[in-house]
Ligand binder design. Structure first.
Ligand code: PLP
Ligand code: CA
Length: 302
């Protein structure tokens, strides 16, 4: 069966020649935390110089788009425009504004990136205020105008936030959204941090409801890009480092997929999916595998 093909040089050159749009995951592909991946700024520049359109598709909801623009500049990526950046926080706000024409207030478990994007989209978000010591889930105030709960990465996640969100979700009309399903993220020194998916799972269990996921692997992020740019799946390539989000996203959207080995997933894990007898595991198999985004540079110069 095709897929999982290690690719470089002339073959990679041919693949890039055949695509007009390149969608890059950020963490693990474009950068690792605050360090640009070797060759990444040059790759982005070279693709643009060749007339390709480049988009950045990240499940990281912690920053608003403007802060991503600053990060790109700080890490040496010249001229990355706000309009090229699609984060799960931005797309969550776009979903509420453009897809469901949301009115009402959002109870957001999340960080400043989520709050800022919601506000920038004209959506009212409830401020997270610390409760007085004598306040508990039986006597805390709930806002009757809350019509949606949005869960994202939140380092200040608490029992009270979980409990309040659960109360809001008892109303079946209240929307339940998650920025992304990422279960955990690697940190330096071998540690990991729980991702939005872990927090969402807690709320799904408590509320007995399922969240609508906005970020990868949901198709919505691609639809969000396609609604602003004329984007044809056939001429688009998705480059990511996590099989369960980036590669499944590419497959869900009909894109060709490339796994880079500079992040979460390994070639061996991709092979296990490829060799699986379960047909649904095929969605986790990348079309191509490269060691790193730096391989693109060499291929472009072929
Ligand atoms: N969410 C958080 C909080 C993260 O820290 C990260 C990666 O570091 C991500 C999501 C995944 O981001 P990406 O989709 O760019 O890999
Ligand atoms: Ca990633």
């Amino acid at each position: 069966m095709a897929g999982c093909q290690k690719i470089c040089g002339a073959q990679l050159h041919e693949l890039l020649e055949s695509k007009h749009n390149v969608l890059f995951d950020c963490d693990g592909v474009i950068w690792n935390g605050e360090t640009a991946m070797a060759g990444a700024p040059e790759v982005v520049r070279a693709l643009k110089q060749r007339g390709k359109r480049v988009f950045f598709v990240t499940n990281n909801c912690t920053r608003p788009r403007q802060s991503y623009v600053q990060k790109f500049a700080r890490l040496g990526f010249a001229d990355v425009d706000e309009n090229e950046i699609f984060s799960s926080a931005y797309c969550s706000a776009a979903y509420l504004r453009d897809v469901v024409s949301f009115t009402g207030k959002v109870f957001a478990i999340g960080c400043p990136g989520v709050h800022t994007e919601l506000r920038d989209a004209g959506i009212t978000v409830i401020e997270d205020e610390e409760d007085a010591p004598d306040v508990n889930i039986s006597n805390c105030a709930l806002d009757p105008d809350v019509r949606a709960v949005l869960v994202g990465y939140d380092e200040k996640f608490s029992f009270m936030k979980l409990a309040k969100a659960c109360c809001y979700l008892q109303d079946s009309e209240c929307l339940f959204l998650a920025t992304d399903p990422d279960p955990w993220h690697p940190l330096r020194g071998g540690r990991i941090t729980p991702g939005s998916g872990s927090l969402t799972a807690a709320l799904e269990t408590a509320s007995r409801r399922k969240a609508t996921v906005i970020g990868k692997p949901s198709r919505f992020m691609f639809e969000c890009i396609a609604s602003q740019f004329d984007l044809d799946p056939e001429s688009s390539l998705m480059v990511g480092d996590r099989l369960e989000t980036d590669i499944v996203f590419g497959v869900n959207c009909g894109l060709s997929t490339v796994l880079t080995l500079t992040g979460v997933s390994t070639f061996e894990q991709a092979q296990v999916y490829k060799d699986s007898d379960e047909p649904e595991k095929k969605d986790f198999v990348p079309d191509y595998v490269v060691e790193s985004i730096a391989d693109f540079l060499e291929a472009l110069e072929e």
